[in-house]
Design a protein around this ligand. Structure first.
Ligand code: KPL
Length: 374
């Protein structure tokens, strides 16, 4: 842990992960005046450098959706309004690029950290910068999936009990057109809330909020993120519910798009794909219901029709290649461990069969797989 007297970097955001989401957030934080350092993990010590990142705004009709987008629905008026000029112009931003090794060598303190890596990389990535976090650092994780937040939380708690840890669930669409150009493919909504470890028979809908963080949530955008951020952000005390529901939507869409090698919208258009999608949603719905019943039997606000919600997301993101399809096409590992393999684990714990998920995971891990579900 660094000495807090070394603070010289108070407004700087460090963004771990130079994928599409990391680059989108880096440009948007930069746009509202914050210095930003993008952290890449394959760099060598000593390789901090100035870079330029071009932001390409979405076209007018590419609204992935906030208030109108199913489970991403805004739950209060805390959503920030975009002004017409914000994030509507193509812009080039100056940022710093560095690596955990370079920051460690210079003992650079980190007060604000955004983790936008693949979910399977998040814990390793955090470990590489953990020693640089200040005692009151603010950490936001934006990765897809379930099952790794607790691990991140424990790592952070072990560093300092006063570190603020938030989870963001986002429906923003972004695509890296090249190493230095990020296209905002659709405006969505990012819901952010304080992470509270799940406790048996406690509500996922209303986890306890660390009292010291309540004011941050209640105040809306200005306290946690810089004012003027051109992304739609909402602070929620129901982040666990948002995480779980987004997890189920990703479990329904992502693996099928990789299996069929198709865009999100094709799951609804192609008869065979839609048949697979409906079967998968039905299996996941049973799992969601059982999980929810176990975590909070009385929580009616957690009612959730997966086929409707996932169809809605697939429809509004119809032109998107899902993140799992992008990983599959690029030959990168897919986020199965934190999505469908995690669903299988959840099902096992609840004593539920989930053969379609099992088949999907084994097919996606098999290089000689066929593109069909039995
Ligand atoms: O979150 C996504 C992803 O691709 O990971 C969806 C919502 C499916 C949009 O593509």
């Amino acid at each position: 842990m660094r000495d807090d007297s070394q603070r010289d970097n108070d407004d700087r955001w460090f963004v771990l992960g130079k994928g599409s989401l990391g680059c989108l957030w880096a440009t948007m934080l930069r746009q509202c005046g914050c210095p930003v350092t993008l952290l890449v993990r394959d760099g060598n010590a000593g390789d901090s450098k100035a870079i330029e990142l071009t932001y390409v705004p979405p076209t007018k009709d590419s609204n992935i959706g906030g208030a109108e987008s199913g489970n991403f629905e805004s739950e209060n008026d805390a959503r920030l309004q975009l002004t017409p000029t914000q994030a509507s112009l193509k812009s080039v931003f100056q940022l710093e690029q560095s690596s955990p090794a370079a920051l460690t060598q210079t003992n650079t303190p980190i007060d604000r950290l955004l983790i936008a890596t693949k979910s399977y990389d998040a814990v390793t990535a955090l470990n590489q910068v953990k020693a640089l976090l200040s005692d009151n650092a603010r950490v936001i994780v934006l990765c897809n999936g379930l099952g790794f937040h607790q691990n991140l939380y424990e790592q952070l708690q072990a560093s300092s009990q006063t570190i603020e840890f938030y989870v963001g669930v986002t429906s923003e669409g972004a695509l890296l057109q090249s190493d230095s150009v990020v296209r905002h493919t659709g405006r969505g909504l990012t819901r952010i809330g304080t992470y509270a470890p799940p406790q048996p028979h406690r509500s996922t809908a209303a986890p306890s909020v660390n009292p010291s963080n309540k004011h941050v949530l209640a105040k809306g955008g200005d306290a946690l993120l810089p004012s003027g951020c051109a992304l739609a952000i909402e602070y929620t005390v129901s982040i666990n519910q948002a995480i779980v529901q987004k997890f189920f939507i990703n479990c329904a869409i992502n693996p099928l798009t990789a299996l069929y090698d198709c865009l999100n919208g094709d799951l609804l258009k192609n008869e065979t794909h839609y048949h697979g999608f409906k079967l998968l949603c039905a299996e996941l719905q049973t799992l969601y219901n059982a999980y929810n019943k176990q975590t909070d039997p009385n929580d009616s606000s957690a009612m959730f029709d997966l086929l409707t919600q996932a169809s809605h997301v697939a429809s509004v993101t119809r032109a998107n290649a899902s993140s799992m399809l992008c990983d599959y096409r690029a030959g990168r590992p897919m986020e199965l461990a934190t999505l469908n393999a995690q669903a299988i684990k959840m099902a096992h714990d609840l004593g539920i069969e989930c053969p379609i998920n099992a088949q999907l995971v084994s097919k996606l891990l098999d290089p000689n797989r066929g593109a069909a579900l039995d």
